[in-house]
Write a protein of this length. Structure first.
Length: 297
């Protein structure tokens, strides 16, 4: 593997980050994972906007333009001979003094990793309610940050099982999100998902799903929900940029429609029909009269 490191393409084994980088010392850094279609990062404008807002909130000055990011991603993909797959864009605070400064970070470290698309090992998963509770966000909203201990501890709770998705509860007992996903469920043709005020990550695919549901005239509600409400649903699915829409077939002893869920299937179809070079959800105009095709700029 060859990666992008502050303007240079280098072999992974030769890439080095300072031990005084505050991304290592204090976890001060953010990242975005983007799906790659024909060497084009899907919804990259939305990903980069979220990244920039997060960097501003932790006072990391990052001067890359969108065009420069696209060029860096393209160089990384070409260096690894990748047409379809995913990239991870990391921006950490960069090298600084021992101690936490109050001034802005002005020399961040930028890394881009790329990997080839592979066949997903599972087309569905079972859900497990985690005993590990979702920690509260570090700031006003949850950032997609390098601080992943809560996720790691939850993942270890699953003991390496790849066929299940761990579902976090908040400390108050409300449904939060998956370890690496957002969660939705369907009851009587109404869709429910936890509100961002529960402390979840406002996922890019989550936003896309909510927008598509509105265009399909399917009611979607965001709120604070109990386990009982989730368990009483007809369909459950989780979302992220890599898996997009993944059906959940069961949680504990309760079975759901899984791949046969009407809303789940509709959303999977709609996302599959998104233009491969869709830069942002703001470019989506709607769906056609049959509800099976996205119309975009």
């Amino acid at each position: 593997m060859r990666i992008y490191h502050n303007g240079q393409i280098v072999p992974l084994e030769k890439a080095a980050v300072s031990v005084m980088d505050h991304g290592y010392m204090y976890g001060v850094g953010l990242f975005e994972t983007m799906k790659i279609n024909n060497q084009y990062p899907f919804l990259y404008e939305d990903h980069l906007l979220r990244l920039r807002l997060g960097l501003e909130s932790v006072k990391i000055k990052w001067d890359y333009t969108d065009e420069q990011v696209l060029q860096a991603i393209e160089r990384t993909l070409i260096a690894n001979n990748i047409e379809n797959g995913s990239i991870r864009l990391n921006v950490s605070a960069g090298e600084d003094v021992w101690g936490m400064p109050s001034y802005p970070y002005e020399n961040p470290t930028t890394l881009i990793f790329a990997r080839q698309a592979t066949m997903a090992p599972y087309s569905t998963k079972a859900g497990v309610i985690l005993s590990t509770r979702r920690n509260t966000p570090e700031g006003h909203v949850r950032l997609k940050s390098h601080h992943y201990l809560n996720n790691l501890i939850a993942y270890q709770e699953l003991q390496g099982r790849k066929d299940v998705e761990g579902i976090f509860l908040t400390k108050e007992g409300y449904i939060a999100e998956g370890i690496l996903t957002n969660i939705f469920w369907v009851k009587d043709q109404r869709v429910f998902t936890p509100h961002v005020d529960t402390g979840i990550l406002d996922g890019i695919t989550r936003r896309l799903i909510i927008q598509l549901l509105h265009y399909c005239n399917i009611k979607v509600e965001e709120g604070f929900y109990s386990i009982d409400m989730l368990m009483d649903s007809d369909e459950v699915f989780v979302t992220n940029s890599g898996q997009e829409v993944l059906p959940i077939t069961e949680i504990e002893d309760k079975s759901f429609f899984g791949t046969q869920g009407e809303v789940t299937k509709k959303l999977q179809t709609l996302i599959s029909l998104c233009p491969s070079k869709l830069a942002s959800t703001k470019h989506i105009k709607g769906v056609n009269e049959r509800g099976d095709c996205i119309i975009a700029k």
